[in-house]
Design a protein around this ligand. Structure first.
Ligand code: SF4
Length: 511
């Protein structure tokens, strides 16, 4: 007996599906119902939003944010938690918030995201969420068998003033969890700060908590701690491992979600792949020192480590490009007390070679960039090394110190003289900037695809989130090797554009 062939039904993509008659009719009926103003008026206003006059009004707005390039605090806390082995993030608040964090990470990393909520609803908002948190801790530990639960909060829990310290204590009293089950926590009110504030608060809490639980005599362990901060690329973390191995130091990455978000398909679902082991994280207090890759996204953690742990600390900035990676390598070598090995010089030389290959195509290209403060500063430094000219520099969650840092980087190069730095501005501000002062390239997350299309500017996707392209989160952008990867994205985008605009005689095989 032969099996019946399976009928093949073609699956239309979004473009094809919504070009079908049934959907076109539906859209026309909807427009009729909405009764909008005429297309001439829409076109007139759309044109006006591209003008200098509109730009001035846009930059005068105070009470409204449109398309902020940032997420909320507990999202960052969830990522920090998932950097530690067998740790379940528990967000005290409503299910909808946690569904948003899970879907955001699942869309970016294309991986399942273990995170639970205390499922607060209206009654908890009125009477307090104590019972929800106690039940959530009991259910989550019984069902999902984590070795640590890291608790953060949503707006709702913060508005009513739920107190995690007391609630977790009550859960122990009620025997919902045992006396010694590890539950670090961080209050992460989303009406201030951003995902970076939440990442920082949770990382500080986890490191402080695990160090305190380590009651053994403090004995130097000969290791270097490396704190990557909010780094939404497993490729970056893998590159960090490679670079540290090349430097030849014994190290611990504090907050390593490289395997958490890059588990292999092998027929088994592992809820907790990877992460820094709790033992290694608890022993981090005994390290020779701690090197932070980001100043903004781990500020409180680095203040805490600097004040409480005995080793040296250094903050290098994201190692993107030559100078920044040199700083990182040097800082690690200094903390470890070793000489930088020859293998690093070779790695570095490959980046220099790649930069000189592409320099002619990138030199003088005008660029707009938007994203998290540490990422933007790292990208600026590399762009200037490539002879590119940053023009618009936007960071919604950047503050005055970001502005100063970015301006210092820009001032160090003649290619930085055209740039203006805009902390606290959103992507609607960026749209005005790019219409009034056009650029050749824009760099940032998926959310920049709208301004890229509106202004007909090619987009190089870097940062978080990237929902609409696959596997970029697997590719590094830091270290010498990661910078080559980033360089190839930049130059190949320019070359694609060159080909797209080439006349027949300029449509060359060799670039
Ligand atoms: S901003 Fe507040 S309500 Fe919105 S997802 Fe974040 S925590 Fe939830």
């Amino acid at each position: 007996m032969t099996a019946e062939p399976i009928a093949q039904t073609p699956i239309p993509d979004h473009n094809e599906l919504f070009s079908q008659e049934v959907y076109l009719e539906q859209a026309a009926r909807k427009r009729e119902f909405e009764n909008p103003c005429g297309s001439d008026e829409v076109a007139r206003v759309a044109d006006w939003t591209k003008s200098w006059e509109y730009r001035e009004k846009n930059f005068a707005r105070e009470a409204l944010t449109i398309n902020p390039a940032k997420a909320c605090q507990p999202l960052g806390a969830v990522l920090a938690s998932l950097g530690f082995a067998k740790t379940l993030p528990l967000v005290h608040g409503s299910q909808g918030c946690v569904a948003y964090f899970r879907s955001h990470f699942a869309r970016h990393f294309k991986e399942p995201v273990p995170a639970v909520s205390s499922s607060m609803t209206e009654d908890a908002a009125v009477f307090g969420g104590l019972n929800n948190l106690v039940e959530a801790l009991q259910n989550a530990t019984t069902l999902y068998k984590p070795e640590m639960v890291a608790v953060s909060t949503t707006c709702m829990a913060e508005v009513i003033g739920d107190d995690l310290f007391n609630f977790i204590g009550a859960a122990r009293e009620k025997e919902a969890i045992s006396e010694d089950f590890p539950v670090p926590f961080a209050h992460t009110p989303s009406f201030v700060g951003s995902h970076l504030t939440g990442y920082d608060a949770m990382l500080k809490s986890i490191l402080g908590y695990l160090a305190e639980r380590n009651t053994a005599e403090r004995t130097p362990n000969g290791k270097v701690n490396v704190v990557p901060g909010f780094l939404p690329s497993v490729g970056d973390l893998r590159e960090l491992h490679r670079l540290l191995s090349l430097i030849g130091v014994d190290y611990t990455i504090l907050g390593d979600h490289s395997d958490t978000f890059d588990a292999p398909v092998n027929g088994e679902y592992d809820m907790y792949p990877g992460g820094t082991s709790l033992e290694a994280a608890g022993d981090a207090v005994n390290a020779l020192g701690t090197v932070f890759l980001q100043g903004d996204s781990t500020k409180r953690t680095s203040d805490f480590v600097g004040a409480e742990w005995s080793g040296k600390t250094a903050t290098t900035g994201l190692p993107v490009g030559v100078k920044a990676t040199d700083r990182f390598v040097q800082a690690v070598a200094e903390v470890a007390g070793i000489t930088v090995p020859e293998a690093i010089t070779t790695d570095r030389g490959r980046l220099l070679d790649a930069m000189s290959d592409s320099y002619a195509y990138l030199h003088g290209k005008r660029v707009a960039v938007a994203g998290d403060p540490d990422l933007v500063v790292g990208l600026l430094e590399f762009m200037l090394e490539l002879g590119m000219e940053p023009v618009h520099v936007v960071s919604t969650n950047g503050k005055e110190d970001f502005k100063q840092q970015a301006e210092a980087v820009l001032a160090a190069s003649p290619f930085g003289s055209s740039a203006t730095v805009w902390p606290g501005k959103d992507l609607w501000h960026l749209r005005s900037l790019m219409f009034t002062e056009p650029v050749d390239l824009v760099i940032g997350s998926t959310y920049l695809k709208y301004v890229a299309r509106d202004t007909n500017t090619p987009l190089v996707r870097v940062g978080f989130p990237i929902f609409d392209r696959h596997h970029l989160h697997r590719l590094p952008t830091i270290g010498y090797a990661g910078s080559i990867e980033l360089l190839s994205r930049l130059v190949n985008t320019v070359l694609d554009e060159l080909d797209r605009n080439a006349s027949d005689i300029s449509y060359d095989v060799v670039r």
